[in-house]
Design a protein around this ligand. Sequence first.
Ligand code: FE2
Length: 205
Amino acid sequence: MVALEVLQIAAGSMDNFAYLVSCSQTRKALVVDPSLAPQAVLDAARAQQLTIVGLLNTHGHPDHIAGNAEILAAGDVVHWGHPADLPDADRQLLDGTEVPVGAGCVRVLHTPGHSPGSVVLQTGAGLITGDTLFVGRCGRADLVGSDVDLLYDSLQCLKQLDEKLRVYPGHDYGVRPVSTIGDELRENPFFNAPDRASFIRLRMG
Ligand SMILES: [Fe+2]
């Protein structure tokens, strides 16, 4: 399986990050969360001579899906999303789903909590974590559809993954734009809350 490349793109006034995930052999690419800057994503794809074959959303909040229409209009692009957040997507992102891109694929982890249909996308050496896990913090759990218990459970699953995996968050909220699971294990108080009750106090307090 070919290693996929991940390009992080600053995407608008709410500090979102969009991503291009591409196969170096075939130049096929997936867009993740075009957010508020779809033209910047399309420009980056053109500059790298990438053909966009899919659009994935980590969840359905407006700041992440705002640029979907421009990406879908740019070519023969399949829209993927979890049905709990994005029931009208062409294809479903469920736990364990593998989304092909050229000679590689992206694997889906369902991580509910911030929203019911939040997912984390594993690209091989990277994790695109949406609003589930940020550098130094985690997503909100006080929104309509949020569930703080489920967010705690989802973060426990992420903590089991390889420490070397690179974390590509959905917003630029941290001291650096990209980290690793190991960095978060050392530095993120939400990731390291000693038990469920402590996490809930920290997140909801
Ligand atoms: Fe969100």
